[in-house]
Design a protein around this ligand. Sequence first.
Ligand SMILES: C[S@@+](CC[C@H](N)C(=O)[O-])C[C@H]1O[C@@H](n2cnc3c(N)ncnc32)[C@H](O)[C@@H]1O
Length: 313
Amino acid sequence: MEQLIEAEELLRGQAQVWQLMFAFADSMALKCAVELRIANIIHSHSTPITLSQIASSIDSPSHPDIPYLTRIMRLLLRRKIFTADRPSDGGGTLYGPTHVSRWLVHDSDRTLAPMLLMENHPLTTNPWHCFSQCVKEGGIAFKRANGSEIWEFASQNPEFNSMFNSGMACTARVVIRAILVGYKNGFGCVGSLVDVGGGTGDLVSEIVKSHPHIKGINFDLPHVVATAPEKAIPEKTGKVIIVDVVLKPEGDDLFDDTGLVFDLLMIAHSSGGKERTELEWKKLLEEGGFPRYNIIKIPALTSIIEAYPQLQN
Ligand SMILES: C[S@@+](CC[C@H](N)C(=O)[O-])C[C@H]1O[C@@H](n2cnc3c(N)ncnc32)[C@H](O)[C@@H]1O
């Protein structure tokens, strides 16, 4: 009996390794769907559509390869990205939208399509191949893979810069909704707001739109924005508002798993960046002269951390 259980467990272990080994295949199938704008095509119809309708709407110089498309759609159906209706009259499968595919529609307010294309680009996936070297010898994964650190690389590669900024801007637009819902009262006492590393400024501009009393400043590198004003926090009323992941390595909330992946993303792309547990945030804030903080959960991957400076006597 024990031997049978052991054999069963081993088989499960093997199946899990196969799944993990090819976890990237999900990303690549999604990337294909986003590049072909399949979610746009399906969402532009009021009822589910056939594969040939999808194929005929794909922007391609030649007729799309139907067997390839069928196989890619088959995996996406299994991952529940789209729905499939199989008509009883024996007609072809009809493909419909889901709440997942909504996030893959280009040019929509709620889209992760530009982020997906950015995170799956070889320039951003190559550094992930350098992790073992980084463990053994340290260093910056992005630099090992691409020759320079990410911000320098972006400043010299307009195409990468634009792809990166579009990815960031679409996530900022998603996060801002969660911030405006979950942090309604947090901006009342804020007179001016500086978004440090604010990318193309989408976040601060949305906050200012819904809180017109705030003077908003977007602070980023010259190739991302043209101005770089100074940051100052009034001692009594000022606060730093951090929108970032608070890691819960054992947590089972909706985004806890992705939080850990984001920490590895920091190894892959940043130069020393990391995601932090609450304890690590506390330590960092204390060292930076912000001994008081609140963590506010919002409906997003990130939380809001309000940090207050040490009051001088
Ligand atoms: C991960 S992106 C985040 C963008 C934006 N906050 C968002 O969430 O969409 C980090 C940003 O920090 C900017 N950045 C990096 N180093 C910086 C520096 N020394 N001064 C100002 N901005 C910097 C980058 O150009 C980039 O736009």
